[in-house]
Design a protein around this ligand. Structure first.
Ligand SMILES: Cc1cc2nc3c(=O)[nH]c(=O)nc-3n(C[C@H](O)[C@H](O)[C@H](O)COP(=O)(O)O)c2cc1C
Length: 270
């Protein structure tokens, strides 16, 4: 029998069970949840605001500060960027995406105004400086955000479709997306752990670089990471992933066109 509200004058009126029994409570519950969600989102923005000061304190080559960042909150824009980044759902689901940019536009304008031209900005070296600056700023922000309790995920896939990403973000010539950083609350349930990294002896060389000495340690790392992947429900070894990435151009997922797009976008890379 459906729930009813009976009165002596009127015939029993069926009411939806939820409406009669839980409406006031539900409303309070929904409002509380909404308030919590809105507060949580605003807390993210506030903490990111502070994290961006950390980004601005990052070392920068020659104090040139050849980077900028676009903070994307708009859900529609995040959905479009998620699609451009190979359908990565966390781009859409987290409240904020920071897109870190190599920015030669600002410096070029200053150089042209002061020196009449910006020839030095056309060189690969200048693009590299801008990419490194952007990465250092992003990592400073990521560390600061994580120290404040937020979770972050880098999104290198913003380079999969660089023309469309530039269009979506309104990037002018001489500005290109380097990497995205999704920011939200860290999953309180935990679960995913930081992957073990290569043994230090593989990456640390004493006095002179040695490639051959790394082989054995890499085999040990492969065994370690195979176990780690298996725990995460994934197969394969670390070396398999490296080979898949570099074994053929398909592993670059469209990024093999990056030089061409950079040249189109005002990075001649001379
Ligand atoms: C430059 C850069 C780009 C990355 N791009 C992506 C990405 O597009 N999507 C993603 O889920 N993770 C991305 N990551 C995260 C790495 O996959 C992750 O850091 C790596 O697998 C090691 O895992 P851990 O940091 O959780 O230990 C990126 C990381 C870096 C540094």
């Amino acid at each position: 029998m459906p729930a009813t509200l009976a009165s002596p004058e009127a015939p029993p009126t069926p009411l939806p069970r939820r409406g009669r029994r839980r409406a006031p409570l539900s409303l309070r519950y929904v409002l509380a949840r909404l308030l919590t969600a809105v507060t949580a989102v605003w807390a993210v923005f506030t903490l990111v605001f502070f994290s961006l000061f950390a980004a601005q304190s990052a070392a920068t080559s020659g104090n040139l500060q050849l980077w900028s960042v676009v903070a994307v909150r708009n859900a529609g824009r995040r959905a479009r960027l998620a699609a451009l980044a190979g359908g990565q759902r966390h781009v859409e689901q987290a409240p904020l995406l920071l897109v870190w940019l190599a920015d030669l536009a600002r410096a070029r304008r200053i150089a042209v105004e002061r020196a009449g031209e910006a020839e030095g900005a056309d060189y690969l070296e200048s693009a590299l400086v801008a990419f490194v600056d952007a990465a250092l700023a992003a990592q400073n922000a990521a560390l600061a955000a994580e120290s404040l309790g937020l979770g972050t995920v880098y999104i290198g896939a913003v380079r999969n479709r660089p023309r469309e990403v530039a269009e979506e973000l309104g990037l002018p010539q001489h500005v290109v997306a380097v990497v995205g950083l999704v920011v939200g609350w860290a999953d309180s349930a935990g679960g995913e752990s930081v992957k073990p990294r290569l043994p230090q002896d593989v990456v640390l060389h004493r006095e002179r670089y040695d490639l051959d000495v790394q082989q054995e340690q890499i085999r040990a790392y492969d065994r370690l990471l195979a176990d780690f992947y298996a725990n995460e429900g994934l197969g394969g070894r670390w070396s398999d992933r490296v080979a898949a990435r570099f074994g053929s151009v398909e592993g670059l997922r469209g990024r093999h066109l990056l030089r061409k797009v950079l040249q189109e976008r005002g990075f001649p890379l001379r």
